[in-house]
Design a protein around this ligand. Structure first.
Ligand code: MN
Length: 419
């Protein structure tokens, strides 16, 4: 006997999309419905694949509903599955924990919400499948929920559903942390995880199969690329195949454009246009929101960073996108080019050389760099206010390095101009 199931998580239905940049108001509505449309795509996929059931491993909702329509709309989608005899198993995550959202919701009969008090098991005798799971009662679950899951039911295909920050994903909220070793002790066949939005090309473990599905729709520039869910096929009690299916309707891409050292304005225009067109094409007709990041040591550096001309360069990038498609827009343009000085300056004995070497030392000393973080951040915000991403306040290493590079560049350019 064989059957199929869908593993989805982190749908964040009705979560507002962030950082859309300038967007046509007529387009806005469609864009803001992206998380709903992605869920419709999950439902369509389950029907098309004749799935036996759909697993939702937490964060179905983004948080408390703005009004009842979010819940009513979702229930209508579950009813579509019901008419096809498809069951749904749902656990709460940190975003839709019982303390955050209506504690009890009247779901259609095909939907089973697993308990948030203790691990619960649903046996599907017709499929010889057992589904184990436990939801979040509160968002800040810091204990290892998996440790309390029951052992596998012999003779059944055992699936564990868990919303967790698995060891190794340290940058995420550390909720219900656990390890692959703990999951392995349960003897299950498949662990359907939720919480981490990133899509991994390979499972975290093959046997048992442990994977995050990632979220169904990217919601800002830090959630780039294809998003969707997993379709698993079970044959005679064994996992036969798992494949990813995209469900997103809109994609975020960061395009790094290295400006060639001798490129002129027209060549750069062409390069930007090509990069945008390629990204849009690769998204198979989906609405595309791109961040364009210009880097490289180049002759155009002075012009690109001239405060009087920078606005018009950003406008050129937006115009290039608009000329390609009205379903392509620019989230932000980041200009991170450097003047053509490079290693020559670094080796010199003067002040410029010394500054360059100091910056290089800092780059290799994350602790001192982190200690300088407030100064670097305020310098960065003062000097490149037009580009500073004030919505993104995280002090990751990547951002520290970016601030340092900007500070270095500004100081060096200033000193060069003065000499
Ligand atoms: Mn989560």
């Amino acid at each position: 006997m064989s059957f199929r199931f869908i593993h989805a998580a982190d749908l964040h239905i009705d979560s507002p999309l962030q950082g859309l940049g300038r967007i046509d108001p007529a387009m806005m509505q469609r864009v803001q419905l992206a998380t709903r449309t992605a869920f419709e795509n999950v439902v369509d996929l389950a029907i098309r694949e004749e799935a036996a059931f759909v697993l939702i491993a937490g964060d179905l909702f983004d948080g408390q509903w703005q009004d009842m329509r979010t819940g009513q709309w979702t229930i209508a989608q579950f009813r579509r599955l019901e008419t096809h005899g498809i069951r749904v198993f749902y656990i709460r995550g940190n975003h839709d924990a019982e303390s955050k959202l209506q504690k009890s919701i009247r779901w259609p009969d095909n939907v089973s919400e697993l308990s948030a008090k203790k691990a619960e098991t649903v046996k599907l005798d017709d499929l010889k499948a057992a589904i184990h799971g436990r939801g979040f009662a509160r968002p800040d679950v810091l204990e290892d929920l998996a440790a309390g899951y029951p052992a596998a039911l012999p003779g059944y295909f055992n699936v564990g559903m868990l919303h967790t920050s698995l060891q190794g994903y340290d940058e995420h909220d550390p909720y219900a942390p656990t390890t692959i070793d703990t999951l392995r002790t349960k003897g299950y066949d498949y662990w359907a995880l939720g919480h981490i939005h990133l899509r991994e090309a390979a499972p975290l473990c093959e046997d048992p199969y442990v994977a995050y599905s990632g979220n169904t729709q990217g919601r800002h520039i830090r959630e780039q690329g294809a998003k969707g869910c997993l379709v698993a096929t079970v044959s005679d009690g064994h996992l036969e195949e798992v494949r990813f299916e995209p469900t997103d309707v809109l994609r975020w891409n960061e395009l790094e454009i290295v400006v060639p050292s001798t490129a002129d304005a027209q060549q750069l225009d062409e390069q930007i246009r090509d990069a945008l067109a390629t990204a849009h094409e690769q998204n198979d007709g989906r609405f595309t929101i791109a961040r364009v990041r210009l880097s490289g040591s180049c002759e155009l550096h002075a012009e690109l960073n001239d405060p009087l001309k920078q606005g018009s360069w950003i406008g050129r990038v937006r115009d290039a996108a608009a000329a390609i498609s009205d379903e392509l827009c620019i989230e932000k343009v980041k200009i991170r080019t450097t003047a053509q000085r490079g290693p020559r300056t670094r080796g010199e004995a003067d002040l410029l050389g010394e500054l360059s070497r100091e910056a290089e030392l800092l780059r290799q000393d994350p602790e001192t760099l982190a200690a300088l973080s407030p100064e670097l951040k305020s310098l960065f915000e003062k000097l490149s206010a037009a580009q500073a991403d004030l919505s993104d306040q995280r002090e990751t290493n990547e951002r520290l390095e970016e601030w340092l590079a900007a500070a270095e560049e500004i100081v060096l350019t200033g000193l060069e101009g003065a000499s």
